[in-house]
Structures are given as C-alpha cells and as structure tokens.
Ligand binder design. Structure first.
Ligand SMILES: [Zn+2]
Length: 179
C-alpha cells in the first residue's frame, strides 16, 4: 500500500500564477505525476460530497483524469427502487463519454469513500470501465484517511471480456440467415 498526502494542495491559489513543476512533480506513479494524482484525489473527495445517497448514506466519489489533462467526476446516485441506483464510477465514466472521451481517453481513475477499507469498484463498474479504458489504466482506491491502493484495470478484472471480443456489427449482420 502506498500512502498519499491526504489533503495537501499543490495548485497555486491564484489561477493566474503558473504552477512551477517541483521535484515532487517529477515522481510518476503508474504514469501520473504527483500533482496529477493529487488532483485526482482531491476531485474524488469533492465529488463524494455530491453523492445522492439517502438510502445507504454511503458517499462515494470517483474522478477520471483524461489524456488531455481534464478531470471528470461522478458520485453515487441512488433511487427509491434500490437496484436502479448507479455507482460513482459509472456516473464518472458516463460523464467522460458524454464529454467525448471514449476508448483510450483515460489516464487514471481515483475513488474515495468513507468505508472501513479502500474504495474498490464493484464488479459491474469494473466491467463498465473496461469498455472505455486500457487494461493498464491505474485505479487509485482511497480510504477515508487518504491512503490508497493502486491497481491497474487489468489487475482488477483479469481475463476480462471487452468490445474487441465481439465480431463487428457488419460481420454479424452478414452471418444472419437470409429471410
Ligand atoms: Zn459499482
């Protein structure tokens, strides 16, 4: 387990001030600079506060860092019909797709929750993320104290099934029997 600085913010307080890269900023963790990881951590923490969870009272936040440096967030959104509720990870990924970040657009994902362990995506979310991210995409799973475990998507979903496993729609149509 690696430990992140929970609430340090290295961004300049004045948006007009350029953030000078520090030595810390050169450190990369699964391809993310320290400042990028911090941004992801803070964004998922902030997103968590926006959760709609009147039934579970369990807030979860997720954030995606895109390959162009944008951070896109999501939180869990529950429903009176319990199974209809959606996890933070799928809300974030859906937001990313709506913003035009499809396959290969993600550099990393962070999650935060207040449970007893780290915020680990459920099985359904792992498969959902698999549709849009490369298997080496790192997923930083934070606990309530800011410590995290990082695993790649491939480690979280081994021997996974993805869109490339399906024949193209054109070839499927060709294989249908003629009527
Ligand atoms: Zn989920």
């Amino acid at each position: 387990m690696s430990t992140a600085a929970p609430d340090s913010n290295t961004a300049a307080s004045n948006p007009n001030d350029a953030v000078q890269p520090t030595q810390e900023d050169e450190i990369t963790i699964h391809g993310l600079r320290a400042t990028e990881l911090n941004e992801l951590t803070q964004a998922s923490l902030k997103a968590k506060e926006l959760a709609y969870c009147p039934y579970s009272l369990f807030q979860v936040g997720a954030a995606i860092l895109t390959t162009t440096g944008e951070v896109i967030v999501g939180a869990n959104v529950e429903n009176a019909a319990y199974p209809v509720g959606t996890c933070a990870e799928r809300v974030a990924m859906g937001n990313a797709v709506m913003k035009g970040f499809g396959m290969l657009g993600s550099k990393g994902m962070g999650e935060r929750e207040d449970g007893t362990g780290v915020a680990s995506p459920c099985g359904m979310c792992r498969q959902f993320i698999r549709e849009f991210c490369e298997l080496d995409t790192p997923i930083f799973m934070h606990d309530k104290d800011g410590s995290y475990v990082v695993k790649t998507l491939g480690e979280l979903l081994p021997l996974s099934f993805g869109p490339e496993a399906l024949p193209s729609r054109g070839s499927r149509l060709q294989s249908l029997p003629e009527r």
